[in-house]
Design a protein around this ligand. Structure first.
Ligand code: 4NP
Length: 156
């Protein structure tokens, strides 16, 4: 296994409006707090394109804001083939996301891909889709993403 540090990461969920924008913002803030953010590329994308061009879900913006993180300027986009060579690491929030990432993987891909929790913490946990949930679900997603981000930062 290649243990050289990652320099870029793309967080991927289904819609790129709830979980992955939060992961992008939280991970950026964790790396910055550790003084490791310079020169690191952090982005997020969705496996579907239903919300392309939109800002994150207001409940994700709100939970991030409660912890001092502003994700309101992010803009939803879909996963592209170029992402597989632009990023060292592409991580899905749940197993369906990982399967959709793998389905799209081009022959020239260089990115490592996998489940966020497995790569960050060695745990087979999935971050549940909160879209049809409540603020409590968004709070839980935030806490899971924070824990994963602290684990993932050790690989950067
Ligand atoms: P996300 O949540 O994958 O965490 O961004 C979802 C957002 C939108 C939809 C599904 C999940 N949707 O079906 O529109």
């Amino acid at each position: 296994m290649n243990n050289s540090p990652f320099r870029s990461v793309l967080f991927v969920c289904l819609g790129n409006i709830c979980r992955s924008p939060l992961a992008e913002g939280v991970f950026r803030s964790v790396l910055a707090a550790e003084g490791k953010g310079d020169g690191i590329r952090i982005d997020s994308a969705g496996t579907n394109g239903y919300h392309t061009g939109e800002a994150p879900d207001e409940r994700s913006i709100a939970v991030a804001g409660r912890y001092g993180i502003d994700i309101s300027n992010q803009c939803c986009r879909q996963l592209t083939l170029e992402d597989f060579t632009r990023f060292d690491l592409i991580v899905g929030m749940d197993r369906a996301n990982v399967a959709a990432i793998e389905t799209r993987r081009p022959a020239n891909a260089t990115a490592q891909t996998g489940l966020l929790y497995e790569i960050a913490l060695g745990e087979l946990k999935q971050i549940p889709d909160p879209y049809y949930g409540t603020n409590v679900d968004f709070e839980r997603v935030y806490r899971m993403i924070l824990a994963a981000s602290k684990g993932l930062s050790k690989r950067f």
